[in-house]
Design a protein around this ligand. Sequence first.
Ligand SMILES: Cc1cc2nc3c(=O)[nH]c(=O)nc-3n(C[C@H](O)[C@H](O)[C@H](O)COP(=O)(O)O)c2cc1C
Length: 185
Amino acid sequence: MKIIAISTSPRPISNSRHALNQAIKYLYNMGVETELYDFNKLNIEPCHGCDYCKMNDKQECSIKDDMQEIYESLKTADGFILASPIYMGQLTAQAKMFLDRLYAYFMSDWTEKYGRKKVAVLVSQGQPDEDLYRTNIETYRFNFEEILNFEFIGYTVLTRNNIAGSIIEKPQQIEQAIDLVKLFL
Ligand SMILES: Cc1cc2nc3c(=O)[nH]c(=O)nc-3n(C[C@H](O)[C@H](O)[C@H](O)COP(=O)(O)O)c2cc1C
């Protein structure tokens, strides 16, 4: 089994990335092949909307940036986990960019070719109410399931995490992240 981890926090000391790291370490120890992509260290552009991916059933993106490596890796992965802070009530712009770049697989037989990938979402936020931004997470679920034909296996929300690195003192939130990735197994 191979699971890809996508981190979208721009913070050098990031709560969501820390939880993601611990979760994929758990998977690694269970014998799962893991790969971590840190969006903020990569050169990834927003979708150009050129529709190249829709021409002649190409199913590939015209932008030759670091997203190409993720596209390649996704082909052989069983699934991926997208980690994001909440910014202004939504997942980050980087997470949205990742989602938009998957448009290359919309209305194509990509899933038939490469399998129905499992998807999990890990969110970190300042607010204490874990349901506060559920609508936004549900929008991601809808896009992953209904538009991209992936299997959305679940999500978890880590709350009260305004301070960079505050999660280090919260072992129960690491457990939450690990419980989420156990759904891949
Ligand atoms: C620009 C910005 C907007 C934010 N908006 C929200 C918000 O709407 N709701 C919330 O609960 N937290 C909000 N936060 C707090 C972050 O979600 C929180 O600090 C999160 O744990 C950061 O994750 P990270 O450490 O992985 O970057 C915001 C933080 C920033 C920098």
